[in-house]
Design a protein around this ligand. Sequence first.
Ligand SMILES: [Zn+2]
Length: 236
Amino acid sequence: MTKKTIQLGNGEILTYQLERRARRTVGLKITDDGLVVHAPKYLLEFQLKNLILKKSDWISNKLATRKLNQKPPITWQDGETIPLLGLDMTLYIVSDSKKQPPQFNHDSLTIVLPQPEDEEVVKKTVIQWYKKQALTDFGRRIALFAAKLGVTTPPFKLSNARSRWGSCTSQGDIRLNWRLIQAPPSIINYVVCHELAHLKEMNHSAQYWAIVEGIYPHYKAAEKELKQLSAVLHRM
Ligand SMILES: [Zn+2]
């Protein structure tokens, strides 16, 4: 293997590992060490670089996702960074004999507890606060998009599912995973629209997606982004 560098379409300089092999096509692989390229022995360097450049977007996306997914779990300690609506917020933990309601201030969340070193208590307090925000925020979005779709605002509850971001029952009840409150608003809107559209079509047919597109035109990009964010949202 030899180390090589290339300038991608976005100007970013990328280092990759090149391995020449007895093969006919070029293979690109993202590993823990970054991009690994397997190339035929006869392929000229400039041809190879052109091929990699064509895959610039794919490479950048894969690398970004991998980086996100490598984020360590949240430590429930003073100074930790936690996301809310796609933005980073600093968690402050203050010790006081009496527990007080969390205070949110632009880019920080301060919680006041008698036992600030107890990470389980900190975690529980923060998650409770997140759920409260999710309830208000999602409720508002559901009402907004239900109006846009021309349906009555359905009843909704928060869910704690491990693998699903939202669901819609045949009775027309909507569930949304509270963890979504960490995601950018565009992603929350997408999940809301996805579930609301099921009130009209209880499947994922072409007709269904046309309804989604009617209230959320860029749903494909949002769905992709949500997949990439999945691991990060489950840190909490
Ligand atoms: Zn669905």
